[in-house]
Write a protein that binds this ligand. Structure first.
Ligand SMILES: [Zn+2]
Length: 124
């Protein structure tokens, strides 16, 4: 279950992003970009994150996950396209010499922090 390892890594990075000495704050939301080829089950990742974030700065933080499509580039003819099937052959020239441009990433785009004193302004 590699979602647990990813959840711990996301939490570690999120906690490290909080400036040292900052107190009375809470990590409210973490914006992630995850490539479709990274084989992450987003529901599972959310569940694991809730578990590992318990009693940390990110306790109750929302994971906002954006799935990134898989884009490939043919090394032979330069054709670029979005891969929507597990067959990696250039649709323009049938070459199998393909470079993946995106789809494997797991990036933390941004982390939103709130001060606990202002927590009652939430409409959600
Ligand atoms: Zn090609």
């Amino acid at each position: 279950m590699h979602e647990m390892g990813i959840a711990m890594e996301v939490l570690r990075i999120a906690e490290e992003s909080v400036p040292p000495g900052m107190t009375g704050i809470r990590i409210q939301r973490i914006n992630l970009k995850i490539g479709r080829l990274s084989a992450v089950v987003t529901e599972s990742l959310r569940f694991c994150f809730d578990v590992v974030a318990k009693d940390t700065l990110a306790d109750g933080a929302e994971l906002a996950i954006e799935e990134v499509t898989v884009n490939a580039c043919c090394q032979d003819c330069g054709h670029q396209w979005t891969v929507d099937q597990p067959v990696f052959v250039c649709p323009a020239c049938n070459s199998g010499h393909i470079e993946l441009l995106s789809g494997r990433e797991l990036n933390i785009e941004s982390i939103e922090i709130e001060e606990e004193d202002d927590a009652d302004a939430d409409q959600g």
